[in-house]
Design a protein around this ligand. Structure first.
Ligand code: HEC
Length: 170
C-alpha cells in the first residue's frame, strides 16, 4: 500500500510539473505573440491603411456647398481651359479638322486650292461660306458637317479656316 502511495505521489508530482511547464510555455507563447504580432502587423501603417480601406463607408454624402478635396480641382480644371486655350490659326484648323475631307475631296468636298471648284462657292460671299462651315449644310454634292464635326472649335477658328481655304483658291 505504501508503495502505491509513493508511486501516486511521484506520479502526481510529475504530472503537476509537466502541467505547470505546459502552462508556462503557453503563457510565454501568448506573451511573445502579443509583443511581436502587435509590432509587426497591427501597428504598421500599411496594415492600418488596409483596415481603414476595408471599413470605410460605401458612399459619402455631400451637402450643398460642400466640396470634396477630389472634386475641387476637377471643378477648377473644368472652368480653366476656356481662357487658357489659345486659338488655332486658319491653316492649323484646316489641317486638323478640314483636311480629311477637303484634302482629297471626300464626299464631294471642294478640294483646297482647286480654283474651279471654289470660284462659284466664293461668289456666294464670305458670310455664306462661313455660315455653312460653322453651322453645316447639305449642298448639291454632299453634306458638310457643322465645323467639320469638330464642335470644340470656336466660330472664329472655323471662320479663319474658311478664309484660308478661300485664299488658297485664288
Ligand atoms: C466630313 C467631311 C468634311 C469635313 C471634315 C469638312 N468639310 Fe467642308 N465640305 C464638305 C462637303 C462634302 C462640302 C460640299 C457640300 C456641298 O456643297 O454639297 C463642303 C463644303 C465646304 C465649304 C463650301 C460651302 C459652300 O457654301 O459652298 C466650306 C467653306 C467648307 N466646307 C469649310 C470647311 C471647314 C472650314 C472645315 C473644317 C473646320 C470643313 N469644311 C470640314 C465636307 C467636309
Amino acid at each position: 500500500m505504501s508503495r502505491d502511495q509513493k508511486f501516486f505521489d511521484i506520479y502526481s508530482l510529475v504530472i503537476g510539473i509537466l502541467a505547470a511547464f505546459a502552462l508556462a510555455i503557453l503563457v510565454l507563447a501568448m506573451k511573445i505573440s502579443d509583443l511581436k504580432q502587435g509590432v509587426y502587423t497591427r501597428d504598421t501603417a500599411e496594415y492600418q491603411a488596409q483596415v481603414t480601406a476595408r471599413i470605410r463607408p460605401l458612399g459619402q454624402i455631400y451637402l450643398p456647398g460642400e466640396q470634396t478635396e477630389a472634386s475641387a480641382p476637377t471643378i477648377e480644371t473644368a472652368v480653366e481651359p476656356k481662357p487658357v486655350a489659345t486659338a488655332l490659326s486658319g491653316p492649323q484648323v484646316y489641317n486638323s479638322a478640314c483636311l480629311a475631307c477637303h484634302g482629297a475631296g471626300i464626299g464631294g468636298a471642294p478640294i483646297l486650292g482647286d480654283a474651279a471648284a471654289w470660284a462659284p462657292r466664293i461668289t456666294q460671299g464670305a458670310d455664306v461660306l462661313k455660315d455653312h462651315a460653322i453651322n453645316g449644310y447639305t449642298g448639291q454634292v454632299g453634306y458638310m458637317p457643322a465645323k467639320g464635326g469638330r464642335i470644340d472649335l470656336s466660330d472664329e477658328e472655323v471662320a479663319d479656316a474658311v478664309e484660308y481655304m478661300v485664299s488658297e483658291a485664288q
